[in-house]
Design a protein around this ligand. Structure first.
Ligand SMILES: Nc1ncnc2c1ncn2[C@@H]1O[C@H](COP(=O)(O)OP(=O)(O)OP(=O)(O)O)[C@@H](O)[C@H]1O
Ligand SMILES: [Mg+2]
Length: 249
């Protein structure tokens, strides 16, 4: 028996994006659920990152729609998508290498943030918030290190920490476990589980199937730019279309 997935947080309708002749995202109609850890999987080049970029405003889609909590956010600029409550991280980790770990969090907050209207105490408040988040992700002891001097896995945690500064209702992670050692993967998994228990919705792209199987309540599978299966992790794993997409049988 499958648990009902519940209220839809993010929905795309016939979303498409081509690069030249490559249909990176091809007529993708999807649903991801509020308060859940949603997974998006698929073979290399199946359009997962392009889908993320279209949703978060990094790339305008050619056609189709993106709805977040029933608001049409299609073609919104990235900062506006962020203010609507969607945070994200990148497949190729994006931190400011020469800034300290703490400063990476401080620059993640743009003036429109509510704390910006408190004037001088703002900085103290932001620093306090940044330190709380660093403690939460286990990077507090590295506060004064430059981001380029910490490990790749720690940089991924830092990127997640920076995304959390805006207090997003939904967080989109593009391969959080990619290139990260097992101990830090475990820490990322625990963090995602805890934040989700506190109400944060997640959409996670990941090739690490153990990560997806252990964490995700709902999984959508992409092949050549479009969803070919959706359901629980166990369900999609047994779907012949999914096996075909991965194995080419
Ligand atoms: N900026 C771009 N210009 C041209 N082609 C692109 C661009 N971005 C993506 N593509 C192509 O679009 C397709 C989908 O790529 P995308 O990166 O979205 O896949 P992915 O599912 O994230 O793959 P991976 O699992 O390897 O990260 C691929 O064929 C890729 O080569
Ligand atoms: Mg990708």
């Amino acid at each position: 028996m499958t648990e009902a997935p519940g209220e839809v947080a993010l929905r795309t309708e016939a979303l498409s994006k081509s690069f030249g002749g490559v249909h990176a995202v091809n007529d993708a109609t999807t649903e991801f659920y509020q308060g859940r850890i949603n997974g998006l999987i698929g073979p290399n080049g199946s359009g997962k990152t392009t889908f993320f970029n279209c949703v978060t405003g990094m790339i305008p889609p050619d056609s189709g729609h993106v709805y977040y909590r029933d608001r049409d956010i299609t073609r919104w600029q990235p900062h506006r998508v962020a203010r609507a409550g969607i945070g994200r991280t990148f497949q190729l980790c994006r931190v400011f290498p020469r800034l300290t770990v703490l400063d990476n969090l401080l620059v993640a907050v743009h003036p429109p943030h509510p704390l910006a209207y408190f004037g001088r105490p703002r900085v103290a408040l932001l620093v306090e918030r940044a330190r709380d988040i660093l403690a939460r992700v286990g990077l507090d002891h590295l506060e004064t290190s430059e981001a380029r001097d910490i490990s790749y896995g720690q940089q991924k945690l830092l990127e997640l920490a920076a995304a959390l500064m805006a207090n997003p209702a939904m967080v989109m992670l593009d391969e959080p476990a990619g290139g990260v050692n097992p101990a830090l993967i475990e820490r990322i998994a625990v963090l995602v589980t805890e934040l989700n228990a506190e109400g944060t919705t997640f959409l996670v792209v990941e090739h690490n199937m153990e990560f997806i199987m252990n964490l995700c309540h709902h999984v959508v599978v992409f092949d050549r730019g479009r969803p070919i299966a959706a359901g629980s992790a166990a369900q999609v794993q047994q779907d012949p279309k999914v096996l075909e997409a991965y194995l080419g049988v």
